[in-house]
Design a protein around this ligand. Sequence first.
Ligand code: IMP
Ligand code: MG
Length: 192
Amino acid sequence: MMPKDDDRRSCPHLPELVSEGDIRKRVGDLAAAIARDHAGGEPLLIVAVMKGALVFLADLIRRLPMPLEIELVSARSYRGAHRQPQVEILDDVGSLQIAGRHVLLLDCVLDSGHTLTALREEITARGPAALKTCVLLSKVRPREVAIEPDYVGLEIPDVFVVGYGLDHGNRWRHLPYVAELPKACTSGEDGR
Ligand code: IMP
Ligand code: MG
């Protein structure tokens, strides 16, 4: 949805939830843990969920010392008629060379769990040698599907956040920090 000019005027600055410094520290911690677990020399195939994980991906890979490759998959989650999130995977995961690979599935935020679960199933079906999951942010809330990522950067409250790649209506991705998006700035829409 195109932003309204009114939104732009009424939301000049959003309250910071996770600072740039805290993000940098936790990305470094995640990179160290991932490097430790993948010290065997096998190149890592990182599959990142677009568009939300794009900034996280760019920062994380520059902290990883081992050989790696990147693939991008676009996913969109939306509320269906029964308000149950539906996940639409917009790329053909079957076209990725996954069989026998050591794969790390990367997303910026874990909310209901549907997106990561759907992609994990798609990748698992293609026979990777190993598959791990990593999220920078995990909302503290009951999951609608049970999934525990192997790597979690930070737990955050169950609020709608933007920045550091995350959007509402494709806006706010450029913020260098993570901010809570006040209800007043959402035009009442669930922007996921
Ligand atoms: P889940 O499928 O409910 O776990 O949600 C994960 C996906 O929804 C992420 O890949 C994001 O694109 C989006 N999402 C969930 N919560 C937020 C949020 O607070 N801000 C922006 N995007 C979100
Ligand atoms: Mg979004």
